[in-house]
Design a protein around this ligand. Structure first.
Ligand code: PLP
Length: 303
């Protein structure tokens, strides 16, 4: 799976003397979209090179990363194993259903067990019980995930070089990869999760490079939750420029970014690229749980 190098740029209303662009850096290929294409590139190559049967990884019950891993493995002739944070594998959950269709074997982990996903001793036991897999952490964030994101070349908007790139930040790998790949630019991660360990993890992934900043302006009601304003922004952007966002990652992050711009956090003349990181499959899960209604779901998912 290669990282396409021709991003699509969409102008968004300029505010406070700043130019704002929405940058869609990769072809959205069905289930493997946005930052997932970049993050999975090297893990897939590593799994193949080391003769593993496939990739084992972790995610929530509506995880973009789980579905992307399932789809990418199937595409590459590899197997996939997903440890899911859930008490019960719901056969009607649209994300898990699609994972299953792509051949992913799914194992439910209680919240207590899932919390230990970074614990090396617990991981070693899991790996012993499930041999032959290439293990990828939650969200695809590892040095090999970052290496793929680093290859994205997103510095040039149609009007010239951007001054800032901005992305939704969950586990931090995308922000770290963008920072390493664009050392001349300012990177801003809009955190969508309350996690005190996040800055430290990004620091480690960035190998000492410091051209990034993490803003908490987007967190709002916490990970996986959103407000009416976040959803309205997604619907407005869809109507204005025909690009879909979802309110858990991209819509929420863009909302926070617009607030920062309006509050004067960027110098006039800044040219800001907001990176579209995909995740649209999550809209099906929001609809399934009744968190968006059918009209909103249709507006955001219509082709
Ligand atoms: C759609 C979307 N955007 C942004 C992110 C955040 O990326 P990262 O976990 O690398 O910070 C994710 C999670 O992987 C995601 O699914």
């Amino acid at each position: 799976m290669s990282v396409p190098s021709t991003p699509k740029w969409y102008p968004l209303a300029s505010q406070a003397g700043c130019e704002l662009w929405l940058c869609q850096p990769v072809t959205i290929e069905g289930a493997v979209s946005g930052n997932k294409i970049a993050k999975l590139r090297y893990p897939l190559l590593n799994a193949q090179a080391s003769g593993c049967r496939g990739i084992a990884t972790f995610g929530g019950a509506f995880s973009n990363h789980l579905l992307a891993t399932a789809a990418a493995c199937e595409q590459q002739g590899l197997q996939s194993l997903g440890f899911v944070r859930t008490d019960r594998l719901d056969p009607d959950n649209p994300t898990l259903r699609r994972c299953h269709r792509f051949g992913m074997s799914l194992i439910a982990l209680s919240r207590a067990d899932y919390r230990r996903r970074h614990d090396p001793d617990w991981l070693a036991v899991l790996q012993q019980r499930n041999p032959g897999w290439h293990w990828v952490p939650e969200g695809g964030t590892s040095s090999s995930g970052v290496a793929g994101v680093r290859e994205w070349a997103l510095a040039q908007s149609p009007q010239g070089a951007v001054t800032h790139l901005v992305t939704a930040t969950g586990s931090g790998g995308t922000l770290a990869g963008l920072a390493l790949g664009h050392p001349q630019l300012n990177m801003l991660g809009m955190a969508v999760v309350k996690d005190d360990s996040l800055p430290q993890r990004i620091r480690q992934l960035c190998e000492g490079q410091a051209n990034w900043h993490l803003s908490m302006a987007s967190v709002g009601p916490g990970y996986g939750r959103f407000t009416r304003e976040h959803l309205s922004l997604c619907l407005d952007i869809r109507q204005q420029i025909g690009v879909s966002l979802e309110p858990i990652y991209t819509g929420k992050a863009l909302f926070g970014l617009l607030e920062l711009i309006n509050q004067g956090h960027f110098k006039p003349g800044s040219r800001i690229g907001f990176v579209h990181t995909g995740g649209l499959q999550g809209l099906d899960g929001l609809h399934y749980r009744g968190l968006i209604d059918s009209a909103q779901w249709q507006a955001l998912t219509a082709i």
